[in-house]
Design a protein around this ligand. Structure first.
Ligand code: TMP
Ligand code: ASP
Length: 251
């Protein structure tokens, strides 16, 4: 449990619950053990996943904060609770891809595992009922989600995060295949990295393992019924812990 007095539930997503606290400038995020895929058509409880993703996300946020990335992150409090600044989430999923995998290979004639000539940035409209459709810049403007200047900031931030995370994971013996981030506006209008960065939201391959399935250390183990999901996330935590500052306990 969070040491803050947790007030009402503000939002429940597939993997997290977000609560108001007794402080207007602090929101508590509870990481759940639920695992979902394919727009929640596939669902399971994986004991320990919430705590692992909370800890991994905290380590990564600490790492990014130290490198000048503005985030909502304040600290952790308990095994699966994170304290963050309140933000209005922009309903856009920002995906950066370094290696072809997943939907890119289903939608385009590119073989899985192909190293992309440069990072590919894809934007999706965050709406489960619509199946998170791919956005064009014109569609983004049509929906009024981000203006041109904000889009440029988001793109630069996402590519900066990609450089920092690729280097971090490289030192951990992991290849950052792709990842998804979400951003939000704070009450003073600042654009902040939000949500989580974990093996639920990244594809991470063990560089020392050649086998295409055995090297997977992310949610593709769940999506593809490979087993060993929590063990893989534990391995990611073990490696990332060696490279990041310890998460601050907030409060
Ligand atoms: P994709 O290949 O399915 O488009 O996924 C790209 C990356 O985004 C991958 O690292 C998984 C992550 N992702 C999420 O975090 N949430 C989602 O809902 C989806 C579809 C992908
Ligand atoms: N996060 C999405 C879901 O829970 C899709 C995915 O990650 O594969 O359904």
């Amino acid at each position: 449990m969070s040491a803050y007095r947790v007030a009402e539930l503000l939002h429940e997503g597939k993997a997290k619950r977000v609560y108001r606290t007794d402080r207007p400038d602090v929101v508590a995020v509870e990481f759940k053990d639920d695992a979902t895929a394919f727009n929640a058509q596939k669902h399971a409880q994986l004991a320990g996943k919430g705590a692992l993703n909370c800890r991994i996300s905290a380590l990564i946020f600490e790492h990014l904060v130290a490198r000048g990335v503005p985030t909502h992150y304040l600290g952790i409090d308990g095994s699966n609770w994170m304290l963050v600044r309140p933000v209005t989430i922009i309903p856009v999923e920002v995906v950066v891809r370094n290696v072809a995998a997943g939907s890119l290979c289903r939608q385009l004639p590119i073989a899985p595992g192909t190293l992309l000539p440069q990072p590919l940035l894809d934007l999706y409209y965050k709406d489960d009922a619509l199946g998170d459709p791919l956005l064009t810049e014109a569609r983004l403007q049509l929906l009024g989600l981000l203006d041109a200047a904000q889009l440029s900031v988001v793109q630069q931030l996402a590519l900066h995060i990609n450089v920092e995370l690729s280097q971090l994971f490289e030192r951990c013996g992991l290849q950052l295949v792709d990842f998804k981030i979400e951003l939000g506006f704070s009450s003073d209008g600042a654009l902040l990295l939000a949500d989580e960065i974990s093996p639920d939201t990244c594809r991470l391959w063990d560089r020392a393992v050649a086998d295409g399935n055995d090297r997977i250390l992310d949610k593709d183990r769940f999506r593809q019924d490979l087993g060993g999901v929590v063990e893989a996330y534990g391995e990611v935590l073990k490696r990332v812990q060696g490279e990041c500052p310890q998460p601050r306990v907030y409060g």
